[in-house]
Design a protein around this ligand. Structure first.
Ligand code: HEM
Length: 679
């Protein structure tokens, strides 16, 4: 028995030894030598990790792009590859700012760097579990979705099919701008018109027909709701179990948003499905993005069809990836043409040489306009709509430029810095389209960056923007026609145009329901603010901006007239016995004056109890005494007039303007009447 036992133990020991040896040898054979090499390599350099507190502050930052100045500093200290830990990322993300290294990674080792980081909420919900082109992992599903988009919708032969839609949208845009600029408007806010035009075009390509304006606005407002809330939704990317509990109403808002999105899109998708069955083969049938998605089978995923939710995510991606990027680029190009009338004139002269006087610029004319192309390229180089490509990642641990990049680490590349490289571009911060013409340093530049990267507004390599051709066509077409049709000038003579770039998280105001717009004074004020400082959320109303806001002044004066904070001036007295209006006023007696009553005098003010700022503007502000507020007495009359009147008005105007710019002010419930009685 003992012998038996010993034999058994020896057999077991040998078995274990064989197992260990097999495991050891096989692990030696299987482990890629690279892992051995990379294990000892350092991570890219960077500052100390941010604290947990830092993470929470980072969560509530206004924009991820606030990191740009920090990155610039880090690159100057540590070189073109840096990383720094934000606890919201499982590993410190890596930033690359050098064009040669970007080429080495994205082109030279394209497949290695082509993956996207694994998604977390809210991305997972919005993308139907990574079933969109932007977020799909580098693999068969991404390949099928991207191939479908590139060949069925964005292929040059298919782009021609949407040409009549482009013409229609252009006509609407030109008419809209003409209406806005007629009647001597001091300034026209163009961004909203640009955005609507680009969105309408993409909606046409997506759904194959021109949707009515109301539907377009509804879908556009949904897309903007998503964009404007994305930063706040991204709180769920960190400690999701905890944040979903902590921000319960925000989580519900995200789910509600997704339901609303499906309710809006699915009927449109169903309508196309039916149309495909009946009319697919008819002449003039416009094959749309939705049609291609309904038809698509993913061979790499068992040949299955896409689910409705997935089609919704893909449509949403199509509309949002293309709208703000194109509209922002268009706005920057036009802003530069305003700032540089000489460039505008040169472009106008080129257009005049190619196109007849009263005709619009047609798509086929664009080929004969090298200066137009140069202007558009310079716009994209100097002001790329995205300062970084979308986050990339590596599917396995790799060595890059002597550093270790662990599997799954976010790697991103700086589009803006690369396009501003002084080694390639002379005076890179100057707007100078000529650099793209014969003899210039940008002549014949290849923006796909296959051979070398000199600028990369659309990214490069496998994840390059699949809509580059479409975006360039839209930009050239709109810029040419906008310059042909209008002369672009600053809003006020001699006004400096603010060319500093700010990241827009989209204005919450843009989803204002029209009904509310009509009912309150706020939209007028908001329009004025928008005109002077734009809609960019990061831009505050500065004190010097107040000088250009007559409606704001009128609003503040009307507020003081109707609701003056003190109903009486502080007690006055007479220095000696005085006669006043037939009465004796003894020395030392307190005399006071009713501020409110004076401000409500029906002889001076028509319908004095109505809040109507226009009374300070109409008829040259005659009713309001020319708008200086002296027909009323909220700050007290003459000698004892408040010495701080200027400061008080400045503070009021400053706060009101910024509060209205930043927030939407509404009753707590839709029906609630605001109690305006004084207490
Ligand atoms: C001026 C206009 C545009 C610019 C500057 C632009 C720029 C970019 C950039 C920088 C990327 C990221 C590349 C990377 O991660 O390496 C990208 C990706 C993408 N863009 Fe655009 N884009 C524009 C217009 C559009 C339009 C009009 C559409 C759709 C109709 C679109 C759809 C996409 C998609 C689907 C991706 C993801 C590609 C992938 O991950 O494979 N873009 N774009």
């Amino acid at each position: 028995m003992e012998e038996h036992c010993l034999f058994y133990l020896a057999a077991l020991a040998i078995f274990i030894l064989i197992l260990v040896m097999t495991f050891f040898i096989s692990s030696l054979l299987q482990t890629p030598p690279r892992q051995h090499k990379t294990a000892s390599l350092p991570l890219p350099p960077g500052p100390q990790p941010l604290s947990v507190l830092g993470t929470f502050f980072a969560l509530f930052r206004r924009s991820e792009f606030d990191v740009e100045p920090l990155l610039r500093r880090l690159h100057s200290q540590h070189g073109p590859v840096v990383s720094f830990r934000l606890l919201s990322f499982p590993r410190p993300p890596i930033f690359v700012s050098d064009r040669v290294l970007a080429h080495r990674a994205l082109v030279g080792r394209g497949a290695t760097f082509a993956d996207r980081p694994s998604a977390i909420d809210p991305g997972l919900i919005i993308s139907s579990n990574r079933h969109n082109v932007t977020g799909a992992p580098y693999g068969p599903v991404w390949r099928a979705l991207r191939r479908n988009l590139a060949t069925k919708v964005l292929h040059p032969s298919q782009l021609r099919v949407y040409s009549p839609a482009r013409r229609q949208v252009l006509d609407v845009l030109l008419k809209d701008l003409e209406t806005k600029s007629s009647g001597g408007a001091a300034a026209v806010v163009v961004m909203e018109s640009f955005r609507f035009a680009v969105f309408s075009l993409l909606a046409f390509m997506c759904f194959g027909e021109r949707l009515d304006d109301e539907k377009i606005r509804r879908i556009a407002s949904l897309q903007r709701e998503l964009l404007s809330n994305f930063v706040s939704f991204s709180v769920f990317a960190v400690y999701p179990k905890f944040t979903k509990l902590l921000f319960r109403s925000r989580w519900k808002k995200l789910l509600d948003f997704r339901s609303k999105q499906e309710e809006t899109y699915v009927p449109l998708i169903d309508a196309r499905r039916n149309l495909l069955l009946r009319r697919r083969w008819e002449d003039g049938f416009v094959y749309s993005y939705v049609d291609s998605l309904v038809d698509l089978e993913i061979p790499e995923d068992g040949g299955r069809k896409l689910k409705d939710g997935e089609i919704v995510s893909l449509c949403s991606e199509f509309l949002s990836a293309g709208t703000d990027t194109t509209a922002t680029a268009l706005q920057w190009i036009m802003a530069n043409l305003v700032k540089r009338p000489d460039i505008q004139t040169k472009l106008y002269e080129e257009i005049e040489r190619v196109v007849e006087k009263d005709a619009v610029v047609r798509e086929e004319d664009l080929q004969r306009m090298p200066y137009l192309k140069a202007v558009v390229l310079e716009g994209l180089r100097r002001h790329p709509p995205g300062h970084f490509v979308l986050p990339h990642t590596v599917t396995e641990e790799v060595e890059f430029e002597g550093y270790r990049i662990p599997k799954g680490t976010v790697v991103t590349f700086s589009v803006a810095e690369i396009g501003w490289d002084g080694a390639v571009w002379t005076e890179p911060m100057e707007f100078r389209p000529e650099r793209f013409l014969e003899g210039g340093e940008g002549e014949g530049v290849d923006i796909t960056g296959v051979q070398e990267i000199r600028m990369m507004p659309f990214g490069v390599g496998r994840r390059i923007c699949p809509a580059m051709g479409l975006a360039l066509l839209h930009l050239e077409y709109f810029v040419a026609n906008l310059v042909k049709e209008f002369e672009w000038m600053p809003a006020a003579d001699g006004e400096e145009i603010d060319m500093t770039e700010k990241v827009e998280r989209c204005s919450k105001r843009e989803s204002f329901p029209e009904r509310e717009l009509e009912q309150t004074n706020m939209p007028k004020l908001y329009e004025e603010i928008k005109c002077v400082v734009g809609t960019n959320e990061n831009a505050m109303v500065r004190e010097k901006d107040l000088l250009r806001m007559p409606y704001l002044k009128a609003m503040v004066l009307e507020g003081l007239r109707q609701h003056s904070p003190g109903h009486f001036v502080l007690p006055h007295t007479v220095l000696e016995k005085a006669e006043f209006e037939g009465y004796q006023i003894p020395k030392g007696v307190a005399v006071t004056f009713a501020v409110t009553k004076i401000g409500w005098d029906g002889v001076v003010w028509t319908k004095p109890m109505e809040f109507r700022p226009e009374r300070f503007l109409e008829r040259g502000g005659r009713e309001g005494g020319g708008g200086d507020g002296h027909n009323q007495g909220p700050e007290g009359p003459r000698q004892r007039i408040s010495p701080t009147i200027g400061l008080a008005l400045l503070k009021l105007e400053y706060f009101v303007a910024n509060l209205v710019k930043e927030f939407e002010w509404k009753p707590t419930t839709e029906e609630e009447e605001i109690n305006m009685t004084k207490k």
